[in-house]
Design a protein around this ligand. Structure first.
Ligand code: UDP
Length: 366
């Protein structure tokens, strides 16, 4: 029996590992797939709800590392995860995404000579000020299996000299979750609960430090949302980081009454909001992909994206961080000037099955 440990820490990780865990059920006589939750996101609304809704088993290991600076968090995860690896001696460690847990776990495994598989490899924003970019580059460098979601990832890894034999174009596990749970998403009654009409509201999410950590930027963001809310009601589930900053800078009261702020919401209701929105305005990574898959217009308030396929062939509008331009783009889109999008290659709901198959074939020789 071979043993694999997948390491998750933050909201998007849970969504990415759920289909991988499901795909390994097919190989349960030969592979034991365990889940380690680092605790990076720990509360009910950012963590537990995803385990419940995505029908994941409870984590097999829980490290309880929440909060702290990047260095403290990464270091503490490394210390605790090393103990697990020494005890469990897995044959492979899987790390999804680009959070501190991703880098910390892959570093520990690589130094103990345990092969590492990176799910969502090769994405690059080319912006090293973004903490996630540092995590991506370093994780890819020490990974043995690199599972890529879009073609730009293949090119980036080639440029960086990564050996072709380690790289696999498998598609997008985030979309696997979306496809799998679509029938449940379609049954959500969250729109009725909030008295919303499908296709008649804007959904907003913001949490990137570059947008929310300085008072100046956050104030401009609130102002831009206020202006958009003059023409459409906005639903704004607020990330804990953003909520804290809005309070710290005294900006919560400056938000228009046409912006409905909510706590972070569970996956199913959030995707129902996304699917039925006229427009999504965000700085999220994953939401750029989900809107492209769903054909929903999305404005990404960032100067770059590590997911270029979403704007090249999808419905993502890369407007930059000039809020005046963001408001103008929102008005344009809401007046009917929509972008036609296509679904990127291999975003078909079967990425995790491909990943599990590749791993099960290779793991026999470890
Ligand atoms: N999401 C959610 N509830 C929310 C906001 C987001 O379930 O209130 C989901 C969303 O559908 C997406 C994921 O969380 O699948 C994205 O996570 P986030 O934006 O936090 O991270 P990023 O993708 O930017 O790393």
């Amino acid at each position: 029996m071979k043993k694999i440990i997948s390491v998750v820490g933050a909201r998007p990780n849970f969504i990415k590992i759920a289909p991988v865990h499901r795909a390994f059920q097919k190989y349960k006589d030969e592979i034991e797939h365990l889940i380690c939750h680092t605790g990076q996101h720990f509360d009910e609304k950012m963590s537990k709800v995803f385990f419940d809704e995505l029908q994941m088993t409870k984590p097999d290991f829980y490290l309880g590392i929440g909060g702290g600076s990047h260095a403290v968090q990464t270091a503490r995860i490394m210390i605790e995860f090393e103990k697990i690896l020494l005890e469990e001696k897995p044959d492979l460690v899987i790390v999804p995404g680009d959070v501190n847990s991703t880098l910390a776990a892959s570093l520990v495994a690589a130094k103990l000579h345990i092969p590492v598989a990176h799910v969502e490899a090769g994405l690059r924003s080319f912006d090293r000020k973004m903490p996630e970019e540092v995590n991506r580059v370093l994780t890819d460098e020490i990974s043995d299996f690199l599972f890529v979601t879009e073609k730009s990832g293949l090119e980036n890894l080639k440029h960086e000299g990564v050996d072709d034999s380690k790289v696999f174009f498998t598609g997008n596990v985030m979309i696997d979750s979306l496809v799998h749970f679509m029938p449940v998403i379609d049954k959500s009654d969250i729109l009725e609960k909030l008295d919303l009409e499908a296709g008649k509201y804007v959904l907003a999410t913001f949490h990137r430090p570059s947008n929310v950590d300085s008072k100046d930027e956050l104030e401009k963001l609130v102002d831009a949302l206020n202006r958009i809310s003059e023409i459409r009601k906005i639903i704004f589930p607020v990330h804990p980081r953003t909520r804290n900053k809005l309070t710290e800078f005294g900006l919560s009261a400056k938000m228009s009454r046409d912006i409905v702020t909510l706590d972070p919401i569970g996956y199913i209701d959030f995707l129902s909001f996304t699917k039925n929105a006229e427009l999504v305005v965000t700085d999220s990574g994953g939401i750029q992909e989900e809107t492209t898959f769903l054909g929903v217009q999305c404005i990404t308030v960032r100067d770059n994206t590590e997911r270029p396929v979403t704007s090249e062939i999808g419905t993502n509008h890369m407007i930059g961080t000039d809020f005046q331009k963001v408001v103008e783009a929102a008005k344009r889109i809401l007046s009917g000037k929509k972008k036609e999008g296509k679904i990127p290659e291999l975003w078909d709901g079967k990425a995790a099955e491909r990943i599990a198959e590749i791993i099960s074939t290779n793991i026999r020789s470890f």
